[in-house]
Design a protein around this ligand. Structure first.
Ligand code: COA
Length: 385
């Protein structure tokens, strides 16, 4: 069976883009990806756009057709929505189209323009990805939902407040080396602990921000295109759980992460110990600690120790979020899953400059929707020596 490879990547700066529309952000990322892949637009025979809520954030629905029209593409164009996992799920749809032989060269875009509305409205829009009747109606937005997960983890495993803060400190450190990151300032544990409370125990600096941005990746069948530095997509897993937290049997694990990871590891034929680096969904600091455990990088309850021991920094045993993660790089929700893939491709091609992880061969991306109702995990392998 032919393999699927990442042929080209493109990304905009993440942050506030008052001067650019959603369309312009998407096209900027796409043009870079097409140039990087060395293909013609006419080569693209499938387009998948991950975007969570372009209608509510930027007044524009039907974004797949919009972008296809702007690029002059005549192929099928599909928007994929799975809250903050929209980008990761768009990659999975492209992967399947390529593996099935229905497409030979697919373009995947993740895009969100969130700052057209104020923070209050942005938060209400984000909360529409939680359970409206049982959560959002009572005023529980995502910081509140993740705060409950944090409290339970602290209660069951003694995870320390400072250990949560260390996730943000590390990710700002990594983001300081990433030219596209929204925040490039380094912070300390004290900064996190003294930042404004949002939903106890989470403060401002435990949260990912509101962000505009786009990322694009050209995925091809290997029998269609050969590239100099191939990075193969070798495993994909997707899982779904209840949208509301109160219907779950445990608040100290994200079951979809475990399941999606198991499926991706099996498809790739690898074990968690073989992963050299990962981009995980740190929408809040506790989310990164849960991801360490549920992806199998440490035992349940030991995520706090993993960050405290420095094992997830660039020079650590398993570097996590070298891009700066959602925390520092920014979280334009529909774009995040594609941005994670872009970062892993940059790393595996050895083009990450001062944030380069040495000798990495296998990278993982972990993209979560809502408080864990959706999870998509992908495994990427360097295809050259
Ligand atoms: N990290 C670091 N700095 C942040 C930040 C963050 N997450 N969010 C905002 N800031 C900074 C801004 O840059 C601004 O700095 P300045 O005064 O120097 O310009 C300042 O803090 C105030 O920004 P503002 O936009 O007014 O913040 P806010 O209080 O309106 O919003 C949050 C802050 C945390 C409430 C908001 O970013 C949020 O809701 N984040 C979570 C998003 C989310 O739920 N995503 C989905 C995940 S599942």
């Amino acid at each position: 069976m032919t393999k699927v490879l990442a042929a080209g990547i493109g990304i905009t700066k993440f942050g506030e883009h008052w001067e650019k529309s959603l369309r312009e952000l998407a096209i900027e990322a796409v043009l870079k990806a097409i140039e990087d892949a060395g293909i013609e637009r006419a080569d693209i025979d499938a387009l998948f756009v991950g975007s969570m809520s372009p209608g509510r954030f930027a007044g524009q629905e039907h974004v797949a057709a919009l972008i296809a029209g702007e690029l002059g593409l005549k192929c099928s164009a599909t928007r994929v929505e799975a809250a903050c996992a929209s980008g990761g799920l768009a990659i999975r749809h492209a992967y399947h189209a390529l593996l099935s032989g229905k497409a030979k060269c697919a373009l995947v875009i993740g895009v969100e323009k969130m700052t057209e509305v104020g923070t209050g409205e942005a938060i209400i829009t984000l909360a529409s990805a939680a359970d409206q009747e049982w959560e959002a109606y009572y005023g529980v937005t995502f910081p509140g939902l993740y705060a409950m997960l944090a409290r339970r983890h602290m209660h069951e495993f003694g995870t320390a407040r400072e250990q949560l803060a260390l996730v943000a400190v590390k990710n700002h450190e990594h983001g300081s080396m990433n030219p596209i990151a929204q925040f490039r300032n380094k912070i300390t544990v004290e900064d996190v602990l003294n930042s404004s409370p949002v939903a106890e125990p989470l403060n401002l600096l435990d949260c990912s921000p509101i962000t505009d941005g786009a990322a694009a990746i050209v995925l091809c069948r290997e029998d269609f295109l050969k590239v100099e530095k191939p990075v193969y997509l070798i495993g994909s897993g997707h899982a779904t759980d209840t949208i509301a937290l109160h219907e779950r049997s445990s608040l100290v694990e994200i079951k979809t992460t475990k399941l999606a990871a198991k499926r991706a590891y099996e498809e790739a034929g690898i074990k968690p110990e073989q992963v050299d680096l990962a981009e995980v969904h740190d929408c809040f600091t506790i989310a990164e600690i849960l991801a360490y455990e549920d992806l199998g990088f440490c035992n349940k309850g030991e995520g706090g120790k993993l960050i405290e021991n420095g094992e997830t920094s660039i020079k650590g045993r398993i570097p996590i979020n070298t891009s700066g993660g959602l925390k520092a790089c920014g979280h334009p929700v529909g774009a995040t899953g594609v941005k994670q893939a872009v970062e892993i491709v940059i790393q595996l091609r050895e083009e990450a400059g001062e944030r380069q992880v040495k000798d990495a061969r296998i990278g993982l991306t972990h993209n979560v929707g809502g408080s864990g109702a959706t999870c998509v995990v992908h495994i990427w392998e360097k295809g050259f020596s």
